[in-house]
Design a protein around this ligand. Structure first.
Ligand SMILES: Nc1nc2[nH]cnc2c(=O)[nH]1
Ligand SMILES: [Zn+2]
Length: 446
């Protein structure tokens, strides 16, 4: 597909014809070498494994000839990538500060940076850049932590709206042992969060959802967490936080909440574990915590780059999956240094292989089709949006990437490859230069 003639195509029905790849289940990639997808008003109305019904579908949905796009050789269509955990305000620190582990890192590098988001012009500069950068890397849905500041967090929502990304946006809550100049009282935290939810809902952008964001059990007391659990239930909104990321953190939580059985129980007592809750990390969860998360339908955002960069540990995703927990991938910028979910896919595979070295021959490290699933349909399930995004099914929104595996960017194509081989090569060796077009709900946003 060439040119930008269809840049505003989302207003008109269109059809893309060519190789298509997506997940319908975790273990297998589904590849159609010459399929087609038709979209009307940003929603998928037809998915075909061959182009033989093109003329009929074109007529049925009144698609003009100019809105039928044939992919070139070397290109394929795949679902948009889902980043289930990213801190937008921490982007200036990406690549910095990895001489410390979590709790010192937060105090030394992270809180002083986040404090600066009372300044709207600083916030605008960073937020424009991170949304643009994640879109360029194919993130069609991002689950953002912002800061405690309502005004700049609303600004993030406006920037996301303008650039056309789908996102969850969270105003961070922190009322316990907060650093000088970066904290809130319980009342402020609760009231500002309710006000924030109303402001987001009044924006009437159905691509943006508010998400309640207690930072973690060491930054919020039980009273605030309970109030936030009640707010989530009253407004029926998503929740995100961190859990069992680092051994020092887990020990501190144990010391602070003596009457709770474990870390997950702290959140459960506050009614923060719902089927719309995303918990980042989960490296050190015990078996009974896994059972609790599975019973509540809460999900884990696996952030392998961060777990390595902050030396937090190795998260055994196979174990989480075997326990029946929904898992998505996260970049966790700036705990992780990369804003790319392709990077998260590779780190997921690397970490899983490294874990397998310490296990018996029955332990199967994750495969690239599984990592692809975690970055797309798995992410959609983790954020409870799998009725809308994650793969190509009639009735879902058209969130998609056109990947271009010609000799482009870091790629040298030196042979003849079928579509599945091109997908594999993209996952292991491609980068944002190979993501030539990005669509969210049918709108071209890159
Ligand atoms: N990686 C990470 N973990 C956290 N735990 C509490 N806050 C944070 C944060 O900002 N980043
Ligand atoms: Zn995080």
């Amino acid at each position: 597909m060439s040119g930008d003639a269809h840049k505003e195509v989302h207003n008109k029905p269109f059809i893309i014809v060519g190789p298509i790849v997506h997940s319908e289940e975790i273990t297998k990639l589904k590849v159609f070498d010459g399929g087609l997808i038709a979209a009307v008003n940003g929603k998928i109305v037809a998915v075909e494994e061959t182009p033989k019904n093109l003329a009929r579908i074109q007529k049925k949905y009144s698609v003009t000839d100019g809105c039928v796009y044939h992919l070139d050789k070397g290109q394929f269509l795949m679902p948009g990538l889902i980043d289930t955990h990213i801190h937008a305000p921490q982007y200036p620190n990406a690549g910095l500060g990895y001489d410390m582990q979590l709790l010192d890192w937060l105090k030394t590098y992270t809180f002083p940076l986040e404090k600066k988001y009372s300044d709207l012009s600083f916030a605008a500069k960073v937020y424009e850049a991170i949304v643009k950068r994640t879109l360029a890397n194919g993130t069609t849905t991002a689950v953002y932590f912002a800061t405690i500041h309502v005004d700049s967090t609303i600004l993030l929502a406006k920037i996301v709206t303008h650039q056309g990304q789908r996102a969850f946006i969270g105003k961070v809550n922190m009322n316990y042992k907060t650093p000088e100049g970066y904290g809130e009282t319980t009342k402020e935290s609760y009231q500002k969060t309710e006000d924030f939810i109303k402001q987001i809902q009044n924006m009437k952008n159905n691509l943006i959802l508010p998400i309640i964001t207690p930072r973690f059990a060491l930054s919020c007391d039980m009273e605030l967490m309970k109030k936030l659990g009640e707010l989530a239930s009253r407004y029926n909104v998503h929740i995100q936080t961190h859990i069992s990321e680092n051994q020092g953190e887990v020990a501190a939580v144990r010391g602070l909440y003596r009457d709770c059985k474990n870390y997950a129980d702290v959140y459960d007592k506050a009614k923060l574990l719902t089927d719309k809750t995303v918990l980042a990390h989960g490296v050190y969860l015990h078996d009974e915590e896994l059972e609790l998360l599975a019973a509540r339908g809460s999900s884990v955002s696996h952030c392998p780059n961060s777990n390595t960069s902050l030396k937090s540990g190795l998260c055994d995703v196979r174990r989480l999956l075997n326990a029946g927990i929904k898992v998505g991938l996260g970049t966790d910028v700036s705990g992780g240094y990369s804003p790319s979910i392709l990077d998260a896919i590779r780190n997921t595979l690397d970490v899983s292989i490294h874990i397998s070295y310490g296990k018996g021959s029955n332990y199967a490290p994750l495969t690239y089709p599984e990592a692809f699933y975690l970055a797309t349909l798995g992410g959609a399930r983790a954020v409870a949006l799998d009725d809308t995004i994650g793969n190509f099914k009639v009735g879902k929104d058209f969130d998609a990437l056109i990947v271009n595996m010609k000799n482009l960017g870091p790629i040298d194509i030196l042979g003849e490859y079928d579509t599945e081989a091109l997908v594999q090569k993209f996952l292991y060796t491609g980068d944002d230069r190979n993501i030539s077009k990005v669509y969210v709900a049918g709108r071209q946003v890159k």
